[in-house]
Design a protein around this ligand. Structure first.
Ligand code: SF4
Length: 378
């Protein structure tokens, strides 16, 4: 990774699969429940790929996210992946990720996913505790998550990532540690552990606004973060972003790293965002509208913005200090009193300096977005 916009890395391709079986009360991602437009969506995504992604690349990542991509039938998913393989060019070692819901995993489909050429699978287990899964409104049970992970490990793509959610009222430190232990019993290559946030447009956000659902206090959130970080770091995992951990640096999420260092990404599907040459654009947030627009002109863009140099610098700071890659000393030097601020942060134990980089410590990660606020980019 580098600080430089576009950083010279190959571009990544993202497909937003906008369907879910049910809506989780904390989720702010765009998806539709009970849609009959799955096959129309696949056709539209391929047409959009011809419009925006053919002739670009080669891509070294394909990320099928959402929504719940595993909601697609095996035939629908095969049509999408094989179609993208015909339309777009990929590097031979491209990282190809599928996000799945445990309820959709069986030994048979796990095998089909591997045969389709998917090499990385991200399982949204979220917790292995029945009460917590019910609170989170998940469709699957703890037993279902265990069965899904067994099937993936035995038959599925080789590289396994597991998602967990933590930091909500009713979760004990013991159950949090137990969920992490359960995840580790499947020898994952990667873990994404997100603190629950109560987004205003969600059911949980509205319950919070009505005073029916409390968020954790700051001190409790810090404690939860440290439990997660300690439990995973103690297994020698690479804590390479505030919420992300990899068995080794080789199995970091190649795709997500592109978002953190302004590498070109092309997003297909409703609500998908793309970034290229300092310009961001995004698609319409409605499946039927998306299909209609793409049928017409191959494009569903409804908005765009050119980032100013100041915005790019601000994002470089904000995103960089959320990762173990940090920011370069050269970049810090371009900020008013930047090296003095870095020296103060080193003194406070919030960052370290070495190899030309300024890198957050665990205490620095704890401050999350507070760390960049110490710099003045005016
Ligand atoms: S968390 Fe995942 S499964 Fe739940 S509504 Fe959001 S995208 Fe769908």
């Amino acid at each position: 990774m580098s600080d430089d916009p576009d950083g010279g890395a190959p571009a990544g391709l993202y497909v937003h699969v906008p369907f879910c079986h049910s809506k989780c009360p904390y989720c702010d991602f765009f998806s539709e429940v009970g849609s009959g437009l799955q096959s129309a969506f696949v056709d539209a995504a391929l047409r959009e790929a011809e419009h925006h992604a053919a002739g670009r690349g080669p891509f070294d990542t394909l990320y099928l996210g959402g929504g719940t991509p595993s909601v697609l039938s095996p035939d629908g998913l095969a049509a999408l992946v094989e179609g993208l393989g015909r339309v777009c060019s990929f590097t031979p070692d491209a990282e190809i990720t599928l996000e799945v819901n445990p309820d959709d995993v069986t030994p048979r489909v796990a095998k089909l996913w591997r045969e389709l050429g998917l090499n990385r699978i991200s399982v949204g287990a979220q917790s292995f505790n029945e009460d917590e899964l019910r609170f989170l409104g998940r469709r699957h049970t703890a037993h279902g998550a265990l069965r899904a992970l067994e099937a993936v490990r035995e038959h599925g793509p080789p590289n396994l990532s597991i998602d967990l959610i933590y930091g909500f009222c009713g979760q004990s430190s013991t159950s949090l540690r137990e969920s992490i232990d359960s995840a580790f019993s499947f020898a994952p290559d990667h873990l994404s552990c997100y603190q629950l946030t109560l987004e205003p447009r969600t059911v949980f956000g509205r319950r919070h606004a009505r005073g029916e659902l409390q968020r954790l206090g700051e001190e409790e959130e810090r404690t939860c973060f440290l439990i997660v970080a300690d439990a995973i770091r103690s297994r020698d995992f690479d804590h390479y972003e505030i919420s992300n951990f990899a068995r080794t640096s080789l199995v970091r999420s190649r795709h997500n790293q592109k978002y953190w260092c302004h590498t070109e990404t092309i997003g297909l599907g409703p609500a998908a965002h793309s970034y290229r040459d300092g310009r961001r654009r995004w698609n319409v947030t409605d499946v039927a509208d998306y299909v209609e627009r793409v049928r017409g002109k191959g494009d569903a863009t409804v908005g765009s913005e050119s980032l100013t140099q100041k915005q790019i610098r601000l994002e470089t700071l904000l995103l960089g200090l959320r990762t173990a890659n940090g920011i370069s000393v050269d970049f810090a030097r371009t900020i008013d009193s930047g090296l003095d601020i870095v020296a103060a942060l080193v003194h406070e134990g919030l960052v370290t300096m070495g190899g030309g980089r300024v890198t957050p410590t665990l205490q620095g990660f704890l401050l999350a977005d507070g760390l960049p606020l110490r710099f003045d980019l005016e």
